[in-house]
Design a protein around this ligand. Sequence first.
Ligand code: NAD
Ligand code: TDX
Length: 341
Amino acid sequence: MHIVLTGGAGFIGSNFIKLVLRDRPDCRITNLDVLTYSGNLENLTDIENDERYSFVKGDVRDPEALDKVLADADAVVHMAAESHVDRSIMDSGPFVDTNTRGTQVLLDAWRRAGGNDKRFIYVSTDEVYGSLSLENLEIKFTEKTPLDPSSPYSASKTGGDLLVSAYFHTFGMNVVTTRCSNNFGPYQFPEKVIPLFVTNLMDGKKVPLYGDGKNVRDWLHVDDHCEAVLAALEKGTAGQVYNIGGNNERSNLELTHAILGLMGHGDEMIEYVEDRLGHDRRYAIDASKIKSELGWEPSRSAWPEALEETVKWYVDNRQWWERVRSGAYQSYYEQQYGSKA
Ligand code: NAD
Ligand code: TDX
């Protein structure tokens, strides 16, 4: 099988490529990525010479580039996106353009390439469901929960999500959508909370905790997520949505204390800062459908072991994140955190 993956130079995409090359000897994978600030080919140096892997620098909004790369593909896994909520609050334009319009351009190109009956996976997010309250912790997002996104990021992902659904209903396209919770693991861009906090502490800086720190996220190891995407690719039913979660709900304060503990620091390193605008209070995933229908459940997200292993990866790979930070990311980082942390 020849898979075209979009966004494979990013955090989840680069981990997905390694998983496919390791666990699916019969698969070839082509990585189409335009290399924005978060796309980093250094994430792939250990497999770049594998003859089953190839890289094409290209944009999901560019129909000509897509026509070339999709010509002999058997499946598409669409991960390319602008992915950081805080950036979408600063400037939503690139989010709508890549996450919504880019998905439409890609869907049309896949149909032109004869892909209507071949699998197309859209990697969506739990953020399309909006926010849950802290009042009743029994309530979780199911695939039937109405879409109610609250940030420009999640609205732009919802645009893509709805287009994928429309292409199933209109053209009978062979699409499957996955909606996962917060990923953690190696090679995550150090703007996201876990690598940001670990790298700040390594630099002797405080960690900027938004608001009261009581917001809750469901933490999923990236390897678990990639396994679930592979299950959806191979066994999912066309037109269906599958929620993917780690059964691992933690408040940001709990997460922060765990990171501080692992790194030998106390509460004095927390700096409570102004809350994120429109900050979603709680995400929680009911992943029973993917377990019962596709036989997937998380096996790598166990807490605190998985967090400890991830923290260690950033501690051991200072060169990686220093290089990442010194690029285009630097001015954003200073603008966002320079005076705060
Ligand atoms: P990331 O920001 O690390 O990587 C995104 C990749 O997409 C980068 O390599 C970037 O260069 C590429 N890209 C961006 N715009 C592009 C364009 N126009 N054309 C081609 N390539 C482009 O993001 P990530 O955390 O790896 O997320 C991957 C996907 O998973 C996204 O669709 C995101 O919405 C979704 N997701 C992420 C999480 C999470 O916790 N990280 C959770 C749920 C869903
Ligand atoms: O400096 C910070 N301080 C802080 O308290 C940052 C960057 C974050 N936070 C809080 C905000 C969130 O409640 O930590 C939590 C996690 O924040 P992010 O790492 O920015 O992730 P989130 O906004 O939850 O979104 C992530 O998960 C869903 C990904 O970035 C999305 O791409 C994915 O769809």
